[in-house]
Design a protein. Structure first.
Length: 212
């Protein structure tokens, strides 16, 4: 019964997460709309670049982009081959960049996979220039679907990506990013709207936008 529920949700044509929606899920579109305009010589870090889709989008906005990801086997769930150019780095460790290196850090659907997510967040702040912007997206593990699936005995690990190590509540996000703005979206089909209230109940994802 539990497996049937998960398979059904995976096939539903609704924007509840990643998978086939990974480049157009509303959370990522909201996040990208928060990218500051680049006037001249702006430098961005795409941390956990995957197939490089968002690196290319940032380049199209005028950013010089450094794309970083962990060494992985290909093909994988994100891409058939590594993005070129990509700087290989262990995101659970200190990043190979000086302090105050980037005007923007883009980090989408990454921190939920990290054992050392607090170190990664500290590194994001370290490599940002004063006044720089960080934009992250990560799943909301406690929106309404969690409570529905809990009735069937399903835990986070049963219905979320098997690589997820962290399952964030909005209170966790507020502690990790105390001065950031947090957005979500609702509903999940056809018209979808950015929301600032009731995010933990309604939105499948958190969009986190902050400045150094």
């Amino acid at each position: 019964m539990n497996l049937h529920i998960i398979k059904l949700l995976a096939k539903a044509p609704i924007d509840l997460g990643q998978g086939c929606f990974k480049h157009k899920t509303k959370a990522k579109l909201i996040a990208f709309s928060c990218v500051p305009a680049c006037s001249s010589e702006c430098k961005a870090l795409d941390l956990g670049c995957g197939d490089g889709y968002w690196s290319e989008k940032l380049k199209a906005k005028g950013y010089e982009v450094v794309s970083v990801d962990q060494e992985r086997e290909y093909p994988n769930v994100d891409s058939d081959h590594s993005y070129n150019p990509m700087v290989p780095a262990d995101i659970n460790k200190k990043l190979p960049f000086p302090d105050n290196s980037f005007d923007l850090v883009w980090c989408s659907e990454v921190i939920e996979h990290l054992k050392e997510h607090r170190l990664a967040i500290a590194e994001i702040r370290r490599v940002l220039k004063p006044g720089g912007t960080h934009i992250l997206t990560t799943p909301n593990s406690y929106f309404w679907l969690y409570y529905f699936l809990k009735l069937f005995g399903l835990s986070h690990k049963d219905w979320q990506n098997e690589g997820h190590k962290n399952f964030f509540h909005v209170n966790d996000i507020k502690k990790l990013f105390p001065s950031a703005k947090i957005y979500g979206y609702f509903p999940y089909v056809i018209l979808k709207f950015k929301i600032k209230r009731f995010i933990n109940l309604l939105s499948p994802s958190f969009v986190i936008v902050g400045r150094k």
